[in-house]
Design a protein. Structure first.
Length: 108
C-alpha cells in the first residue's frame, strides 16, 4: 500500500470511528453524514459489514428516516452475525424495528 492509499484508508477509518461515536452520543445526523457514504465501500453481499449497517440503521431511525431504516434492516437480515458484538448489534436493531412496528400499529 502506498502513502496515498494509507492516507485514504486512515481518513475512512477516522470517519467510521467518528460516526460510531456520534451514534453513542445520540448525534444521529452527524453519524449519518459520516457513515452512510461508507456503506458502498465497506459493505458488499459477499463481505457484509454488520457493524457498519447496524450503526447506520440506528442513525437512520434517530433522524426519522424510516424508509431508509427499513431498507437497512432488510439488508441486515440477509447476513449472519459472526461475532458476539455483531449479534448484539443486530439484536439492538431488531429491537428498534419491533418498537417501530409497535408504534405504527398503535397509531393505526
Amino acid at each position: 500500500m502506498n502513502q496515498d492509499q494509507e492516507k485514504a484508508m486512515r481518513k475512512f477509518a477516522e470517519r467510521m470511528v467518528k460516526g460510531y461515536e456520534a451514534v453513542h452520543e445520540r448525534d444521529y445526523q452527524e453519524a449519518l453524514e459520516n457513515l452512510e457514504p461508507l456503506v458502498p465501500l465497506f459493505h458488499q453481499e459477499d463481505k457484509p459489514n454488520i457493524k457498519l449497517l447496524s450503526y447506520v440503521a440506528m442513525a437512520q431511525l434517530g433522524t426519522k428516516k424510516v424508509d431508509e431504516f427499513l431498507s437497512t434492516c432488510e439488508e441486515l437480515s440477509k447476513h449472519e452475525a459472526k461475532t458476539k458484538q455483531e449479534e448484539q448489534l443486530k439484536s439492538r436493531v431488531d429491537e428498534m424495528f419491533d418498537e417501530l412496528m409497535q408504534v405504527l400499529n398503535d397509531h393505526m
